[in-house]
Design a binder for this molecule. Sequence first.
Ligand SMILES: Nc1ncnc2c1ncn2[C@@H]1O[C@H](COP(=O)(O)OP(=O)(O)OP(=O)(O)O)[C@@H](O)[C@H]1O
Ligand SMILES: [Mg+2]
Length: 321
Amino acid sequence: MSGTKPLLEIRNLHIRFRQRAGGEPLTVVDGVSLSVSGRETFGLIGESGSGKSVLGMSILRLLPGSAVVEGTILYDGDDLMQLPKKRLRRLRGGSIGLVPQNPATSLNPVLRIGRQVIEPLRLHRRLSRQQAAAQLLELLERLGLPEPERTSRQYPWQLSGGMKQRVLTAIGIAGRPRLLIADEPTKGLDAIVRKQVVDLLANAARESGAAMLVITHDLQVAAKLCDRVGVIYAGQLVEAGPAAELFARPLHPYTAALLAAAPNKELKPIPGLSPAPGLRPQGCAFHPRCPHAMDRCRRERPVSAAGEQAPGREVRCWLYE
Ligand SMILES: Nc1ncnc2c1ncn2[C@@H]1O[C@H](COP(=O)(O)OP(=O)(O)OP(=O)(O)O)[C@@H](O)[C@H]1O
Ligand SMILES: [Mg+2]
């Protein structure tokens, strides 16, 4: 990344969960390093359970007390893991916006939608009551909510899942963050609304010069929205690179399998199951499902190889050693 200092830099992040029954904590994120520079949109893709949301939530220290987090997370030069609680709270919803994955539990059930969107507008952008009310309606409208005024007066339980998802997006971008972490922002949306949300996110980022970390299952959304993409498998970042190149020519066998399994492609499912935390095999975590597995893959964990034939790309696979 041509010498510019990244806005967000994650170094060797490990996240484990203590188990209630005791025993070894389960490793869920396993040595991930990645960086996002200002104005860049970085996409994180990978199967369910691979650790994407846990990684996203760790940035603002929103994981439960059972999580043990090790490594370094630098934001604009600050070490977020050491940052005093008070400064961290000021970042949340302000400089760093979050669109959490679970719309059913992420909204406050006893507050009307309008109040929840207005809060970051007032708090972080210091808008007057009137300005905030106008912004609220504009945001809801741009997110394709058909009756913004009515929606703003409703409670979360009165909205569909897709509507709640969009309200969370409104809250996430309301404070004009410098970094937006959006976890599955298009989940449960039909094609037309999905396009509206993707366009809004892209525009919001462009207009305010924000960086984004977008977690998504939807490879088309990733391809449309992201400058760079990282592929996560069993808690490890197995490949990263410019989105267009990565989608056109995946290097890691897992990335290739993931792309082939996409609904708009061959829809060829990846044989086998992704291993649960605690059951991850030795060597390369993907080797039991990999068509190219060699002896070495069963024994040794691959190190990151920066592709010499492919500048700007990174892959953890013994095929590229
Ligand atoms: N609070 C928790 N306590 C214990 N384990 C957890 C906790 N939260 C998540 N996990 C485990 O961590 C792993 C990664 O979960 P995570 O939610 O990050 O997956 P994901 O990649 O976001 O999946 P999806 O695509 O389905 O959203 C899973 O095995 C999950 O069961
Ligand atoms: Mg998730």
